[in-house]
Design a protein around this ligand. Structure first.
Ligand code: IVH
Length: 654
């Protein structure tokens, strides 16, 4: 009979071995010996389920898949960093706060995803993604699959709350292996390690995440809601001591003036690192000086990212295709020999428009420079000069390459005005089904092209009249794929209003404007009745977008499309987290401790509340922080509801 003390000794041993393996790169036993230990722990837990400890390595993977990720407010907002691109800009950045001579900590900028992890009484309690900085998604189960991260901190007297923040990422080699496995399973490969990490972190089924090689480095520590340690480098040391993974390349430097040495030290080793970095981060070490610098709306003034220049590669133009976009604009697109730029294989690059193509003088067969910065769309930046004869420049077309209609010329745009042009229909539908629009899986370009060319669909609404027979009769479509498409279509009939507006592809109405319209009009019927005066009052809507919206809602085809979709079963989602506070007219006063005033104001506006600067008869709520001053007395005398910062945080989280 084994006793419980032995079980706990085994857990401690497993945690010691995992730390040596994952954090110190110093395996103390073979993989088989480690597996045998885990197996032994599992056996004991099978016999004594009442003993199972949350620190057991077996608790890293729970079997339950979730339906959707829970949204949770951050107790301290997660800001991102401002960027600089040269030493001069870096010095100027800190000079703005008179801190160009302050001691800094230099770190690498990991190309992953920000994460915030809370330990309560030493136990890993919750992990949240950054989300919009105020509210993140709960990914606790997935974070627990990262073996280098202790589930329980080995401290005698752990503080009640420890919050650590850092970056979840995937090693370059693990990413390649994962993509090979994806391809073997017939699944689409990930574009780069960052996307693979993002997809894995946001998986609803943590069993899948457990098989994805996620890793983590932490770079921020809060103890009981205040920055931990004496200063930033001390915080990193404390985390290391607690066996939390901290990147080994961080290093104190005397001042921003010395930053170039660190840059020159890291840049040559960049490609040999096991993980991708896209720059460096410089942070003021001293917490008092950090406070002195403060924050802008989005980022600290005491830390900045020094981004590496975009990556370049050379390739050859194989052909230049004329693409007809969803608004009829003809765009030259270069097909190039596939080349890897910044971790992504590029084989197709837009040349934007003819003027741009002529300016860069790009011709078929040319060797060209291809650049890709971060997540930005790849670009041809220039032609590699050569002495041999070249192909002639491609002439501006006069007729649509698809429907042969005569093209119109509007400043830089060459446009096909035939709304029934099959390429325009195809691209409109492709936009309609895309992820940020109606998010319909399984309907790619070639399937839509087939459906349009067979005259099975002419508008997005026609998608909902497709049936199993007509779909499964298409080449390369079996009954199973047909069912998948039909299911995805059915599921898409419950979109949010903003996604639906975006999906309609109104000219120049992107995601932000669609959100503004949805927030204001609340229903699609109301939007269809919009007038110029109301539209122009909205944030984001200028005269041109307003004219485009009015033209769109006046078109009979818009009303027809909407009616057909309602007939198919369209039902909008109730706005979540959006207009929940639309009834509130509020004023903020006094010093808030968790949120800054601009963050609080943004969070309220995003949920529909009206934020005012002065107390008036209109105002329904006063949010009072510390030392609220005369506004509090005035609000009380007028019977206005008074809320604390805590009340506000709860309202935001709802
Ligand atoms: S500090 C308040 N340090 O870069 C300061 N961020 O572009 C919070 N990142 O959102 C960030 N490496 O996801 C910091 N060593 C590092 C980092 C780092 C990568 C990411 C992080 C942040 C983004 C800003």
């Amino acid at each position: 009979m084994i006793d419980q003390a032995i079980y706990h000794q085994l857990l401690q041993e497993a945690s010691r071995l995992a730390n040596a393996y994952y954090n110190d790169d110093n395996p103390l036993v073979s993989d088989d010996e480690y597996d045998a230990l885990i197996h032994r722990i599992l056996q004991i837990e099978n016999n004594h389920p009442e003993w199972i400890s949350s620190s057991s390595p077996t608790q890293r993977i729970l079997a339950m898949a979730r339906d959707k990720a829970e949204k949770v407010a951050h107790s301290i907002p997660m800001r991102s960093l401002d960027n600089v691109f040269s030493l001069e800009q870096l010095i100027a950045f800190f000079k703005k706060s008179n801190l160009e001579k302050a001691e800094l900590v230099a770190e690498v900028k990991l190309d992953g995803l920000a994460i915030s992890i809370e330990y309560i009484n030493g136990h890993l309690n919750r992990a949240l993604t950054r989300g919009d900085g105020l509210v993140g998604e709960d990914v606790t189960q997935n974070i627990k699959t990262i073996r280098a991260l202790p589930l329980v901190l080995n401290l005698d007297n752990p503080p009640q709350s420890i919050l650590v923040r850092g970056e979840v990422y995937m090693n370059k080699a693990d990413f390649i292996t994962l993509n090979q496995a994806q391809e073997r399973k017939g699944l689409p490969p990930f574009a780069n390690p960052r996307n693979a990490a993002a997809g894995s972190l946001r998986q609803l089924d943590s069993q899948i995440t457990a098989n994805r090689p996620l890793r983590i480095f932490l770079y921020q520590l809060f103890i009981n809601n205040a920055p931990g340690g004496k200063n930033h480098s001390d915080a990193l040391e404390i985390m290391r001591k607690w066996h939390l993974p901290v990147n080994p390349l961080s290093q104190p430097i005397d001042s921003s003036i010395d930053a170039q040495n660190y840059y020159e030290h890291i840049l040559p080793v960049r490609d040999s690192l096991a993980y991708e970095i896209d720059g460096l981060v410089f942070k003021i070490n001293d917490y008092t000086q950090q406070d002195q610098a403060g924050y802008t709306q989005k980022s600290p003034k005491w830390a900045v990212a020094y981004k590496f220049p975009a990556k370049n590669a050379v390739s050859r133009v194989l052909s230049i295709e004329l693409q007809v976009g969803r608004t009829g604009v003809i765009t030259p697109v270069a097909h190039i020999e596939p080349v890897i730029v910044g971790g992504v294989t590029v084989s197709c690059v837009t040349l934007h428009n003819f003027e741009d193509m002529y300016k860069k003088d790009v011709r078929i067969n040319d060797q060209v420079w291809v650049k890709r910065a971060g997540d930005v769309i790849p670009e041809i930046t220039g032609v590699v000069p050569k002495n041999a004869p070249r192909q002639p420049l491609l002439a501006r077309p006069t007729h649509c390459p698809t429907c042969r209609q005569t093209l119109t010329f509007e400043s830089t745009f060459i446009r096909c005005t035939n709304l029934d042009c099959s390429d325009q229909i195809t691209r409109r539908i492709l936009h309609f089904v895309s992820r940020k629009a109606m998010n319909i899986d399984g309907l790619g370009l070639s399937l839509i092209q087939q459906l349009v060319s067979e005259n099975l669909i002419l508008s997005p609404a026609d998608l909902y009249s497709l049936n199993r027979d007509c779909l499964s009769n298409l080449p390369r479509m079996g009954k199973k794929s047909a069912d998948n498409v039909l299911n995805a279509l059915q599921q898409s009939l419950n979109p949010s209003l903003d996604a639906f507006i975006f999906a309609l592809g109104i000219r120049e109405v992107g995601i932000a404007a669609s959100k503004t319209l949805a927030n204001h009009f609340q229903t699609f019927d109301q939007l269809l009745k919009a007038d110029e005066k109301t539209l122009l009052q909205l944030h984001d809507i200028g005269p041109q977008i307003c004219a485009n919206i009015l033209a769109f809602i006046q078109m009979p085809s818009t009303h027809q499309l909407y009616q057909n979709m309602v007939f198919a079963g369209l039902k909008f989602k109730k706005p979540v987290n959006k207009q929940t506070l639309a009834h509130m007219h509020c004023v903020l006063t006094g010093k808030l401790s968790v949120l800054s005033r601009p963050d609080a104001s943004d969070a309220l506006s995003a949920r529909g509340a009206h934020v005012h600067t002065q107390i008036s008869a209109k105002v329904t709520h006063l949010i009072a922080g510390e030392s609220p001053g005369s506004k509090l007395a005035k609000a009380k005398s007028m019977g206005i509801t008074i809320l604390t910062e805590q009340d506000l945080l709860e309202l935001i989280a709802k």
